[in-house]
Ligand binder design. Structure first.
Ligand code: ZN
Length: 149
């Protein structure tokens, strides 16, 4: 879906309508990919090395005792006030608040993705932004296939 947005923007599309965030949230997923990929790559290239996951599933047991926010440094209401562990708990007891908190973060993060795209276009770096973003996704998928093989 993220890749399709980039392909759409590259083709000149500037208006999108999608239920992506809604369905992502229903599955318990949270968007976690870095929004400042260009700056990160220029200033701290080593920090982009391990970037692979665009999202995490907060229903997973691994987040049961994770006291960090969904995304470190995210300024959305959910990340400023709640932990991964709390949202994990809410999801696993089917509390409606889980969907609300998760959707707040996912919407904030997704809008940040579009902000990053607009900034890249303004700075005439959209092509580089796409290449970096898609390359990280390809690296991740290749690694996932290699591990699964
Ligand atoms: Zn957030």
């Amino acid at each position: 879906m993220l890749e399709e947005v980039l392909q759409g923007v590259a083709a000149g599309i500037d208006l999108f309508d999608s239920s992506y965030i809604y369905h992502l949230t229903l599955g318990g997923f949270a968007l976690t990919f870095p929004l400042d990929l260009l700056n990160l790559a220029e200033e701290f290239p080593e920090k982009t090395m391990g970037i692979d996951q665009s999202k995490i599933n907060l229903k997973a047991t691994v987040y049961r005792k994770d006291t960090g926010p969904i995304v470190e440094g995210c300024v959305c209401y959910t990340c400023r006030n709640h932990t991964r562990a709390y949202i994990n708990h809410l999801l696993n007891v089917h509390e409606m608040l889980a969907q609300i908190l998760l959707e707040i973060h996912n919407t904030h993060h997704y809008l940040g993705f579009f902000q990053a795209i607009r900034s890249a276009i303004k700075e005439d770096k959209f092509e580089r932004f796409c290449d970096m973003f898609l390359q990280k996704r390809r690296d991740h998928l290749t690694a996932a296939v290699a591990v699964g093989a």
